[in-house]
Design a protein around this ligand. Structure first.
Ligand code: MN
Ligand code: MN
Length: 305
């Protein structure tokens, strides 16, 4: 019997991990055979907090997939963000909330995508459409994913569907959204324990477009100056990444989750992609009201590169 595995993107965030577990649960129920959640990297402290709180197991780590392996992708579609060997895997289903880029399959597939704040919001709808009851644990995981991706519904990526899903899921999971949400987000903001190199990888999106390669990495904090204390060493690591990977641009976004603002360290020959909009002072761009890489930073870079 062929095994089906589910996974999200590299540098996994809470949505990627929780949506993998939840999608595996949903698919196991729909198909009547075990579907296995997997991950492509270390889970962060925020995600650990959520899994621990709702008593969920950490998905199995995989490095690559064999040719013909049946896979389900959640929270991504771009091959540059996916598992090694994805080009030769059999992609059965995608559940996502990102643009479609660098994505191609040999065969027809299920593709569920919506321009909403979180993959779990799409999954929430899939349970409803398929008339499958949502267990409290799965509700808690979906709730955690939505809180994480929308920064407690404050990000401009937030839609009516996310708000509605959060309300219902919080009832099923029996938690207070604000209290739980802030505790979970704060659990992910202890950045002192990471090396500079690890900071850059915690939540990094690598994009390749028309031979231009760039990375937008993001970390959450409750106090931006705490992170900027390490600016010199962070810049050293960024410059290393730029030369090792042939990047044109590296944007390291530090987001204040309490006040919903960001500052970014911007390096690379195409730093102009950011500086056209935000003045760079000593490589730092101050971005008031910016919290979303996808909706606010990525489109700006795309436009200018
Ligand atoms: Mn994600
Ligand atoms: Mn997501």
């Amino acid at each position: 019997m062929e095994e089906i595995i589910v996974f999200g993107h590299k540098s996994p965030d809470t949505d990627t991990i929780c949506s993998s577990i939840v999608m595996a649960d949903l698919q196991t129920k729909l198909r009547g055979k075990q579907v296995i959640p997997c991950r492509l990297g270390e889970i962060n402290d925020e995600t650990k907090y959520a899994l621990n709180y709702f008593g969920a197991e950490v998905p199995k780590y995989i490095e690559k997939v064999e040719e013909g392996q049946v896979v389900i992708l959640v929270d991504h579609n771009e091959f540059s963000q996916s598992v090694e060997g994805i080009e030769n895997a059999k992609i059965d289903t995608v559940v996502d909330h990102h643009r479609i880029n660098n994505f191609q399959t040999a065969e027809p597939l299920f593709y569920y995508a919506q321009p909403v704040g979180c993959t779990s919001t799409v999954l929430f709808e899939l349970y409803t459409v398929n008339n499958i009851e949502i267990e409290p644990k799965m509700a808690g995981l979906m709730l955690s994913a939505i809180i994480s991706d929308t920064l407690l519904l404050k990000s401009p990526t937030t839609t009516e569907k996310d708000i509605k899903a959060v309300k219902i899921l919080a009832e099923i999971a029996n938690v207070d959204v604000k209290t739980y949400g802030l505790d979970m987000l704060k659990a992910g903001t202890n950045l002192d324990k990471y090396t500079e190199k690890e900071l850059l990888c915690l939540d990094a999106k690598k994009v390749e477009k028309e031979n231009v390669k760039y990375v937008i990495a993001q970390v959450n904090t409750v106090f931006i100056p705490d992170v900027l204390k390490r600016k010199e060493n962070i810049e050293k690591e960024i410059n290393k990444e730029i030369s090792e990977k042939g990047l044109s641009l590296f944007v390291f976004v530090i987001t204040d989750i309490v006040n919903s603002n960001s500052e970014a360290i911007v390096l690379g020959e195409r730093a102009d992609a950011i500086s056209k909009e935000y003045e760079l002072n000593d490589n730092i761009a101050v971005m008031p009201g910016v919290v979303s890489r996808k909706k606010q930073i990525l489109p700006l870079v795309e436009k200018n590169i």
